[in-house]
Write a new protein. Structure first.
Length: 347
């Protein structure tokens, strides 16, 4: 996802001002605190005993998931907890963050935000994962989802998905496609497209979107399967690259001329990647309920929904039970796809 870093948001969410010694000021501070708490339903206020809530993010400050987590933090501060901070545990494709959450106290003071891949794909890719995506995490809610896009670079003459598949079939080298990481959703979108079309496609893995875009625009790789964000939209409109198709069940309002894979006959490629929030396993049910309720209020705010729309992300809110069922379903669904590909990523 391409999201511009906002320098105003780097570092921790600022705490409220310190209490002053004056009795009158103390009373005013208490009144302000009470009024701020009104925004959160009573059950969540009653169960939240945390003075500081920490949101662990498995990616660097300024990354898309980090900026969205900071938006959520702003809307939880002063409601669920007086202070909300972001802790970046970047590395290993998000696995370090999950390990950190697994070790956190199950007391409602620590949650984690992650994309789907570490929970639904990695268990089939890594034989030595240090966590169990079901046993070690307590789902709270999904937050948003992202579409994926097949993008043709300057060295790719295709103007449509059908053209691309015909062209890729002519020569094996035409079937190379960049991905932002091995074992990612874009990687397996290509695997699924190859199987469904009968055309041989081969992934070329990069460490992030920036080098993949650089090689695509430099004609070193003919196409790129990427999260569908502002980079893709801007370059499509400028004629630097062409978005040939996107995942999901509906076209994007930003590029209404671009069809979905489903429209082209690939019904299994309706896949979006969701992002979600989790607490440690063994967190008490009443604490989970308080967190889920506070998050629901935050995620439904007009400002948050508008923020997501600016970066081509779609809001998604679920109950903990719905979220757990979705994880279980997708965990099972990815298994045969990964196994058929023969891909493993053990280090």
């Amino acid at each position: 996802m391409s999201i511009r870093h906002d320098p105003a948001l780097d570092g921790r969410i600022p705490p409220p001002p310190p209490r002053c010694g004056s009795t009158r000021r103390e009373l005013l501070a208490l009144l302000a605190s009470a009024l701020g708490a009104v925004a959160l339903p009573g059950a969540a206020r009653a169960q939240s005993g945390a003075s500081v809530l920490k949101i662990i993010v498995g990616f660097p400050a300024g990354a898309g998931v980090d900026l969205i987590a900071r938006q959520i933090a702003e809307r939880l501060r002063g409601t669920y907890a007086p202070v909300v901070i972001i802790e970046n545990k970047a590395g290993a494709g998000g696995r370090l963050a999950i390990d950190a959450l697994k070790q956190a106290a199950p007391d409602g003071s620590t949650i984690m935000m992650t994309p789907a891949s570490p929970l639904t794909l990695y268990p089939h890719i890594y034989r030595k994962l240090t966590y169990d995506p079901v046993a070690d995490l307590a789902p709270l809610t999904t937050t948003h989802s992202l579409k994926m896009a097949l993008i043709a670079g300057p060295g790719n003459p295709a103007s449509s998905l059908a053209d691309y598949l015909v062209w890729a079939k002519k020569d094996e080298k035409n079937g190379f496609y960049a991905t932002p990481a091995p074992g990612s959703v874009p990687h397996f979108i290509g695997v699924m497209l190859a199987k469904a079309s009968g055309v041989k496609l081969a992934p070329v893995h990069y460490r992030g979107s920036a080098p993949a875009w650089q090689d695509l625009l430099g004609s070193h790789v003919p196409s790129y399967i990427s999260p569908f964000g502002n980079d893709a939209i801007t370059r499509h409109k400028a004629g630097e690259a062409r978005v040939l198709a996107i995942t999901g069940t509906a076209r994007s309002k930003a590029l209404p001329d671009v069809p979905t894979f489903v429209e082209a006959g690939f019904k299994d490629l309706a896949i979006d990647e969701w992002f979600g929030l989790f607490a440690p396993a063994r967190t008490r049910p009443e604490t989970l309920a308080a967190l889920a309720q506070a998050l629901r209020v935050a995620l439904q705010s007009r400002e948050f929904v508008e923020f997501l729309a600016n970066y081509q992300s779609e809001p998604q809110i679920s109950t903990p039970a719905e979220f757990a069922a979705r994880i279980s379903s997708e965990l099972d669904g990815w298994a045969p796809i990964v196994q058929a590909s023969g891909f493993t990523a053990d280090e």
